[in-house]
Design a protein around this ligand. Structure first.
Ligand code: NAI
Length: 461
């Protein structure tokens, strides 16, 4: 029968499209429904990918202005062509979202562009401009991701008071840029516009930036970002942000109002569950997240959920792991995600990356641990790159030496952290890391040296 599928996936972000492809590989007849006109979800269209493209371009601009001269490169007056920078970003997004289309075709996943609603047991309606199509689904997987969380008093108009979506495409560099929230999004996009010339003020409710990350790393990061020109106002409660003409007025508790040319609201994201018809079929939410049990099953038979809509870090790679585990459990009877070994990266400069437990968590749990730290200023590769800021910290169990956490602030921390994630996933000891031969000269040697420092035997320090 037409429109009958083994699995209907709702949402084509990293969680949804990975699930659809893996299910097709395993022999299921799969459809994937996406409400936007391009596949790839927030990550590919308006999140990870466009932000990383802008982070790269803006970093090159910054390097050309501030650092080329010390390499003996004179390039005169460096000028910004923002329109070209934005076009490059858009072209990368187009290539990658088109890539998901290609993968769907290759794996025979049927794509529906329209808004999905679960209308009954094993039934999903897809609505688009031309009407409604009903799909029969043996199984339904919800992978609808997250949306920016609103903040009381902050009136997003999409032009002056904006979310991350618009902050990826400002057509000119704002003179005064106010960022609400010193989390991943605030710091990454704050960095982009700071490098391009904006005066960036970050308003953070807590007494530190990047809550959740290792506090030693975030304190060091704050110093570096401040030296780059970003201003941080911590313990600051935003009462309101409202557009007035072409600007916005931001009012914080006990402070003078701030006039901004652009405001970015980056105070977290919330699960995207509205309009899915969850209440109709009896799916329960806990604090806005879809509650799931083993193998990502909701309380309703044949309906599963993964990614940002369920509890856990809102990270593309976490959703991808869950996608594969969920589908494999459905088809093969087992699937597993190791939540202790999910890395995270903040793509500022330097980057901040971590996996496993933070030192704060270990202290709070009263754990008996050892700590090895190695600074990049003692790493030869970092010196040749001109990237000597930051350090690597390895935390290991005092008795067993098992690696409990690795935290890095430094150049290409995004790549180094994957080795640390493998170590955590394989229950490696710091000794294992220390005795693994690392190519020289590489930044990764700092991880090996930090592992050696756990036993006070780092060589180059
Ligand atoms: P976040 O949770 O990382 O940070 C939000 C910040 O806003 C926190 O520091 C919080 O204390 C602060 N905040 C909350 N209410 C506030 C208020 N009223 N006034 C001032 N500050 C306030 O959330 P963010 O940056 O919006 O990112 C959302 C999600 O997207 C995160 O969970 C993150 O994992 C993910 N993401 C991941 C990226 C990556 O992997 N590189 C990049 C961007 C986002």
């Amino acid at each position: 029968m037409a429109n009958q599928y083994d699995l209907v996936v709702i949402g084509a972000g990293p969680g949804g499209y990975t699930a659809a492809i893996r299910a097709a590989q395993l022999g299921l007849n799969v459809a994937c429904v996406e409400k936007e006109q391009a596949l790839g979800g927030t990550c590919l269209r308006i999140g990870c990918i466009p932000s990383k493209a802008l982070l790269q371009s803006s970093q090159l601009f910054w390097e050309a202005k501030k650092n080329f001269a010390q390499h003996g490169i004179q390039c005169g007056d460096v000028k910004l062509d923002l329109a070209t920078m934005l076009k490059r970003k858009e072209s990368i997004v187009r290539t990658l979202t088109g890539g998901v289309d290609f993968l769907f075709k290759k794996n025979k996943v049927t794509k529906y562009l329209g808004t999905a609603q679960i209308v009954g047991k094993n039934r999903v309606n897809v609505q688009d401009r031309n009407g409604t199509v009903e799909l029969q689904a043996k199984n339904i997987l919800i992978a609808t991701g997250s949306v920016p969380a609103p903040l009381a008093g902050v009136e997003v108009d999409g032009e002056v008071v904006t979310t991350s979506t618009e902050a990826l495409s400002y057509s000119s560099v704002p003179k005064n840029f106010v960022v609400i929230g010193a989390g991943y999004i605030g710091l990454e996009l704050g960095s982009v516009w700071n490098r391009l010339g904006a005066k960036v003020t970050v308003l953070e409710y807590l007494d530190r930036i990047l809550p959740g990350l290792d506090s030693e790393m975030s304190a060091e990061a704050q110093k570096i970002f401040t030296a780059q020109g970003m201003e941080f106002r911590l313990k600051t409660k935003v009462l309101s942000a409202k557009r007035k003409g072409d600007q916005a007025i931001v009012q914080c508790e006990g402070a003078e109002p701030i006039i901004a040319d652009k405001v970015l609201l980056a105070a977290g994201r919330r699960p995207n569950t509205q309009g899915l018809g969850l209440e109709k079929v009896g799916i329960e939410l806990t604090k806005g997240f879809i509650s799931v049990g083993s193998n990502f099953a909701t309380g309703v038979p044949d309906i599963f959920a993964i990614g940002d809509v369920i509890y856990g870090p809102m990270l593309a790679h976490k959703a991808e792991e869950e996608a594969i585990a969920c589908v494999e459990a459905l088809v093969m009877g087992f699937g597993h995600v190791n939540y202790d070994a999910i890395p995270s990266v903040v793509y500022t400069h330097p980057q901040i990356a971590s996996v496993g437990q933070t030192e704060d968590q270990l202290k709070a749990a009263g754990a008996d641990y050892k700590k090895g730290v190695f600074p990049f200023k003692a790493n030869a590769r970092a010196m040749t790159l001109g990237a000597t800021h930051g350090k690597v910290k390895v935390l290991a169990d005092r008795k067993t030496d098992r690696v409990l956490g690795v935290h890095i602030i430094g150049e290409h921390a995004d790549d180094i952290i994957n080795e640390a994630a493998a170590a955590v996933a394989f229950c490696a000891s710091s000794e294992d890391l220390a005795r693994t031969c690392h190519a020289h000269p590489t930044l990764g040697e700092a991880l090996k040296e930090a592992a050696m420092a756990v036993d006070n035997r780092a060589i180059n320090m």
